[in-house]
Design a protein around this ligand. Structure first.
Ligand SMILES: CN(C)c1ccc(C(=O)NN)cc1
Length: 329
């Protein structure tokens, strides 16, 4: 069958939360196409870490089974992370159900996860080769579900300050304009990775980023691009500065931000709306704003996170390893 769940943004679109039922217990979690572990806050965690969270209780699930001797340890690009034990249980996401899904029970989580009490774990939707469970690597929910889905696809429909959706096994064509542009994905890295070698700022000329590569990552809040793109973009924004104190580019909140178009696999130029690049005020007065587009390392892997997803409906096809994109409806 298919599955559809809401994707509700936290304040400021920092991350999106969706309900997941594990062994009959419904818990709000962060769906992450940039990682491949499903881990959850739970009653094994220290009380201080559990406080304020929804904690899965393996003892009250009649279908939970401990995976003897298995453990996980994951760290994310921002330095956060989690580690713990592993079991299996029935996981139901909006109707799409996997009966023997590896469910990772964190016994340690980093402070940024503890502090974010609206989020109670992650559902990894990248390729299973990135799963961190040892001694035997386990599959993602999507990998386990794919054979039972009418079509081998999940879609992300994320919105600025509004409720969107994740859907498994169906592409809802009422959610995007025109048709999806499809691009082959290189899964070698374990990410939903594609080439991204051209870009354009506002109505300006198309510029080249030779050898550019990017991943589609719903678990990253911002859009991390090559410094050449970031410099070209903010050169068009009056008052934009690289603000070491806050750790990135800021500009006057009243600035007029141009759109940014980025190449997706040589087939499609995805336009990211300028106002979505105005991410959040850094000062109480709301005078100075932090950019949703920030620089990664030159020549490094670009991370197209939620800032892009707020402009583009994205379909992830695990049957032929491709990504479909179109502007939201
Ligand atoms: C601290 N939190 C909530 C994170 C969640 C997800 C990620 C990430 O890089 N996903 N691809 C990092 C951090």
């Amino acid at each position: 069958g298919t599955g559809v769940v809401t994707a509700t943004p936290e304040q400021g679109d920092v991350e999106y939360l969706s309900p997941v039922t594990i062994g009959g217990q419904t818990i709000n979690m962060d769906f992450d196409s940039g990682s491949s572990d499903l881990w959850v806050f739970n009653t094994e965690l220290a009380a201080g870490s559990q406080a304020g969270h929804s904690n899965f209780n393996p003892e009250t699930s009649t279908t939970f089974q401990l995976l003897q001797g298995a453990s996980f340890e994951i760290s994310y690009g921002d330095g956060s992370g989690a580690a713990g034990n592993v079991g299996t249980d029935t996981v139901n996401i909006g109707g799409a159900t996997v009966t023997n899904q590896a469910v990772e029970l964190a016994t340690a989580v980093s402070s940024s996860f503890v502090q974010d009490t609206q989020s109670n774990g992650l559902v990894g939707l990248a390729f299973s080769k990135l799963n961190t469970i040892k001694p035997v690597q386990q599959k993602t929910f999507f990998d386990n579900a794919i054979a039972t889905l009418p079509i081998p696809v999940f879609t992300a429909d994320l919105r600025h300050a509004a409720v969107g959706a994740y859907e498994f096994g169906n592409i809802d064509s009422t959610k995007f304009n025109g048709s999806l542009s499809w691009t082959d994905v290189n899964a070698t890295s374990g990410f939903w990775q594609f080439s991204s070698q051209q870009f354009a700022v506002g109505t300006g000329p198309t510029m080249n980023l030779a050898g550019g590569q990017a991943i589609a990552d719903t678990g990253t809040t911002l859009m991390i691009a090559d410094p050449s793109i970031v410099n070209a973009y903010y050169s068009q924004v009056q008052g934009a500065v690289n603000n070491e104190t806050v750790g990135g580019v800021t500009f006057p909140c009243a600035a007029q931000l141009p759109d940014l178009a980025v190449d997706i696999g040589g087939n499609y130029m995805a336009t990211v709306r300028g106002d979505d690049i105005n991410f959040s005020p850094v000062d109480a007065a709301g005078t100075t704003c932090f950019g949703g587009l920030q620089a990664g390392t030159a020549g490094g892997l670009q991370i197209y996170g939620d800032i892009m997803f707020k402009s583009q409906f994205v379909a992830f096809n695990g049957g032929n390893n491709s990504i479909g994109m179109a502007p939201h409806q």
